[in-house]
Design a protein around this ligand. Structure first.
Ligand code: SF4
Length: 486
């Protein structure tokens, strides 16, 4: 904790302090905390209840395992002041809480550090599963409130778009509160269960396997059915007469597919359901679902529309598999050309296992996305558009808690960051409702001066360490590029 009354707040009668770190303007009595619990009144002084987090390149700890103080002093050349716990100056014309001057490789640099308050922010969630979670655009809900929607699926992954200004501030107060709480939990690596209209119940947690209707997902599919046929065709050759790889996107049929043709496989006469896209590649063989290959199929033989008696033959060996290899069935045609399940030969089992081996672990990935193009720029400079331009020209590096951000092209400073690359508990919220996220702008000192930065507010790194080092929380930025490296 540190006393920030010099920067924030105002003392009132009876020891009350008014926090002005956000528009709520809490009047906090001694010994109490404000509405967001991020600020408190200690003996008439406004304090930030969480410690400032610094990255310490010198500490030998695993990546972002937050450490207890080990007694060693921070060194200015290997310390980066993150915005986590730094506080916010509001209204925005005040300079940012920390404007830190330091040297890197002989170059004078400045890092402007603030906890941004973002009502324009959201989460892009990638779930490595081909199971059908819900129709595209379907509402995603927590406690009955819509907090987002299903968006365009990606290769092997389902995607959700959560939060955003419409759910935070454009609906009912409860919708905003529930959305904000869910986003905060997810950003700080917690788990949230969502329900999807017309779809599934899913537990989301960054870095963990998605849990769909109570079942943890294990494998991300190796590819679509056509890709699986292409990858494994040669390994099946000689052991099978036909393979059907069931997939909600493209179901592959080996002998008809170009892969089978190139290997000289004869047609097997087995026609699958759905719309034939190109030879051996079928769309819409079934409805989306949580069955085989992201379809609603639980009986794989139901995908067979017909067996041509002029082409197929008794004893024909057919493998049906999903794109993860988790579901697989071996059948042989009897004298009446009916598929009859039989024990799977070891050589075929080995290839099915190889499909599983080539699946990556199913994970949930969460990117926080926000626009920093608004008023928080005034904490850096009195002429904010210059900051925007210098960010776009790569003269100013933007990090969040020391983690690298992806910058969107076009206007503003619209960022995305992987929440797992920030130290733990990096995010907060205020009841407006909005999320609070750390943001740091690092640049050469002459660039800072040229864009009209608040140069009179630069504090040397040594002084920040002297003032806050003893109470700061250390995190190791290993795994991320060092934030002020050239
Ligand atoms: S909600 Fe938090 S940041 Fe906002 S005024 Fe109250 S204590 Fe300060």
């Amino acid at each position: 904790m540190d006393d920030r009354t010099a920067i924030f707040g105002a003392r009132e009668a009876d020891g009350i302090v008014r926090c002005d770190a956000c528009p709520v303007l809490c009047r906090i009595r001694p010994g109490r905390a404000g509405a967001c619990h991020r600020y408190a009144n200690r003996d008439g002084e406004l304090i930030r209840t969480d410690p400032l987090v610094v990255l310490d390149r010198g500490s030998a700890v695993v990546p972002f395992l937050d450490t207890d103080w080990d007694g060693s002093a921070l060194r200015s050349k290997s310390t980066f002041i993150t915005a986590i716990g730094a506080g916010t100056t509001y209204p925005d014309y005040k300079p940012a809480p920390f404007i830190v001057g330091s040297q890197h490789a002989g170059v004078d640099t400045v890092t402007v550090v603030t906890e941004g308050i973002f009502s324009y922010c959201g989460l892009k969630v990638k779930l490595d599963t081909d199971r059908h979670l819900g129709p595209e655009t379907a509402a995603v809900r927590v406690d009955g409130e819509q907090i987002g929607h299903v968006t365009t699926a990606e290769y092997g992954s389902q995607m959700l778009s959560l939060g955003g200004v419409r759910h935070l501030t454009g609906g009912s107060k409860r919708e905003g509160t529930v959305t904000c709480r869910a986003m905060l939990t997810l950003c700080n690596r917690g788990a949230v269960e969502v329900t999807i209209d017309g779809g599934s119940r899913v537990v989301l947690q960054a870095g963990a396997a998605p849990i769909v209707n109570g079942a943890p997902e294990h494998r991300m599919r190796v590819g679509c059915g056509s890709a699986a046929v292409g990858i494994f065709a040669q390994q099946w050759l000689g052991h099978v007469d036909e393979v059907i790889v069931l997939d909600d996107h493209i179901t592959g049929v080996l002998s008809e597919h170009q892969a089978g043709k190139c290997l000289g496989m004869p047609p097997a006469g087995i026609r699958v359901r759905g719309r034939r896209s190109t030879p051996g590649r079928y769309f819409q063989v079934a409805a989306p679902g949580t069955g085989w290959g992201g379809t609603d199929i639980t009986d794989p033989l139901s995908v067979i529309e017909s067996i041509d008696p002029t082409t197929a033959w008794p004893g024909l060996r057919l493998l049906l598999t999903s794109t993860t290899g988790e579901d697989a069935l071996w059948v042989e045609l009897d004298d009446a050309l009916r598929p009859v399940p039989a024990p799977m030969p070891a050589a075929v089992r080995a290839v099915v296992d190889r499909i599983g081996e080539n699946c990556e672990p199913a994970l949930t990935s969460i990117l926080f996305m926000a626009g920093a193009g608004g008023s928080l720029r005034a904490g850096v400079t009195g002429n904010p558009v210059l900051l925007t331009r210098q960010v776009r020209d790569s003269l100013v590096r933007v990090t969040m808690g020391g983690a690298p951000c992806m910058l969107w092209p076009g206007g503003g400073i619209t960022l995305m960051v992987d929440v797992l690359r920030l130290p733990a508990d990096a995010f907060g919220s205020v009841p407006t409702p909005a999320l609070v996220a750390p943001i740091e702008f690092t640049m050469r000192r002459d660039v800072f001066a040229a864009l009209g930065g608040h140069t009179d507010q630069i504090v040397p790194m040594e002084k920040v360490i002297a003032d806050y080092g003893a109470t700061a929380r250390r995190a190791d930025g290993a795994g991320n590029p060092w934030p002020d490296a050239p």
